[in-house]
Design a protein. Sequence first.
Lengths: 137, 354
Amino acid sequence: MFKELAKGLSITLKHLLPGNTTTVQYPKERLEIAPRFRGLHRLVPTQDREKCVACYLCPTVCPAKCITVESAENEKGEKYPRVYEIDLLRCIFCGYCVEACPVEAIEMTSAYELANFKREDFAFDKERLLKSQEGAA
Amino acid sequence: MTPEVLTLSNTPLLYTAAMLVKVVVAFVVTLLIVAYATWAERKIIGRMQTRCGPTMTGYKGLLQPIADGLKLFFKEDIIPAQAHWFAFIIAPMMILAPAFISISVIPFGSDYQFTYDGILYSVPLQVTDLNIGVLFIMAMAGLGVYGIVLGGLASNNKYSLIGGIRSTAQMVSYELAAGLSIIAIFMLSETLSLRGIVSAQQLPLWGLEFLPSWVHNWYIFTQPLAFGLFFISSIAEINRTPFDLPEAETELVSGFCTEYSSMKYALFFMGEYANMITISAIGATLFLGGWDGPFFSWMNFLFKVFAFMFVFIWIRATFPRLRYDQLMFLGWKIMLPLALANVVLTGFAVLLWQ
């Protein structure tokens, strides 16, 4: 019994030595994010508009049913999403929308600080999704 | 020229002044240690569990105890409607007062000598030297239980009541082992005065005259078993982990102080740390030679107290809480017989060698 007690005490004493803390002082320091981290979605733009062709594959594959797409045709006769909205409160960040997309029009950034004050602020429409940046909400 | 000891009848003014200074210094230093013991505990336990502890308030979180105190001071003071208000108010005071009173009989340094009006005076660095000092400390330790029991009873809350009941059983049974282990000490010192016990520990080790003069007869060397028993039972008496059953925040919410808030809760908290300091001081005095050592006398004493407190904190960071039946088993079936055996053994040793 005494051996085990001494062993426990030696472990805690070892941890007391400097350089053993594993705490990351969060707002000041941040952990490095994995390259394939699934954060806030971003609609990829081309020269004049979003890449998305409104094929409805992403709302179909979405397990949380959080994507709303309404397609329309522009003056050149191309299909584009008139409405593209992601309800972030329902989204589970599975990344299936990214995998499903045939034209690589949606991707996921590393932004993870997505807290907000109002319920409405979590509905990300097309304009906001086009503007979302790496690392910032 | 031998220094004259200050007495109330010969030098009343000087005596009163010296007494007041001693009381104020002992009180303020204890309060300061109480405040910063909380900081040290959080910091050390944090580090031992690979966390940081307080870092934000002041340099390395050094202002944290002050911020905590201010916060608790300005919080709403709730007395539950079903509580017995008088007992509820008096309970936190009853736990804090005995802890501070015990400090008064502990010698925290050798005699301080000074000249006044051409006469050399000497002041013992001890608030008062009771000839029954050890008994007094045991009595005060016994009083400490009432605060917890009363707090638990007066709150009219089941968790508090269970905490209070646990503490009664725990503290009463461990007081026996602590008391019996101390008996072995004053069988050797042949005095109950703490001053006498400290001076008895300055004799050569085991009475061997050929040892170098700095090797002193600290009772930890003559009574190692008593020291171990005293140490464990004193942890139980001040309700610290692994014997913190009265509080047991994982099972009893917060035990006896569940219903307490604001400054009353702070008093319980201070009482816990003051008890820790008192027990550390008693342990240092009885077993580690009091203020005896290589530095200034009060420095040696503080160093020993801090060492004790570090071990208490270290143990808290390491061990989980005992189950209630294990606690009782340890107290009555292991500690008590060992303490009794130690007393008998010491008796034989005293008979044989003296």
